[in-house]
Ligand binder design. Structure first.
Ligand code: HEM
Length: 137
């Protein structure tokens, strides 16, 4: 399906899938369990899971204006609470499509369930695309 033809939320998901496929081909996409993600829960090493994809949002956190400007503080606090967790619902609830697109450059891997092939493991599919709700192909 063409990227332009899809509704906005689907387009974000499509973009994530395209990026994911590209990183996978380049061998740069990791496979992580929730337990591994949970170890990256500090501002200087902060990962989150959104829709079965793992994002290292450390650069966003350390550069966030909330550290220095009062007006971004509550947003920063909301972000800090989510580090190391699957925060799909919160992230989808508070962000515009534009903001969700801004998340994509931080993609580092896909979520796998405990026991499935982890980072570097060669085996094929993971829970990745299950993430996209409403996908029709
Ligand atoms: C790299 C990661 C992230 C990026 C690039 C990002 C980007 C943005 C942007 C551009 C906005 C402005 C509003 C919009 O356009 O929707 C925003 C607002 C916000 N973000 Fe994020 N965000 C990120 C991660 C997170 C996380 C993990 C949380 C935790 C729940 C979060 C919570 C919020 C909140 C509470 C707002 C304010 C919403 C409002 O004013 O209604 N963000 N974010």
């Amino acid at each position: 399906m063409a990227l332009e033809a899809a509704p906005q939320a689907d387009r974000v998901c499509r973009l994530a899938q395209l990026l994911e496929a590209r990183l996978q081909r380049a061998g740069r996409l990791g496979r992580y369990t929730l337990a591994e993600v949970a170890q990256h829960c500090t501002p200087h090493d902060g990962w989150i899971v959104v829709d079965s994809r793992v994002y290292d949002i450390t650069p966003h956190v350390v550069q966030h204006p909330g550290w220095t400007s009062g007006c971004g503080t509550s947003q920063l606090l909301a972000i800090l609470r989510t580090l190391g967790t699957d925060c799909s619902e919160e992230v989808r609830a508070v962000h515009s499509t534009r903001a969700l697109l801004q998340l994509q450059p931080f993609l580092i891997g896909v979520l796998v369930v405990e026991g499935e092939g982890q980072d570097g493991g060669g085996s094929s599919s993971s829970s990745e695309a299950a993430a996209c709700q409403g996908d029709s192909d």
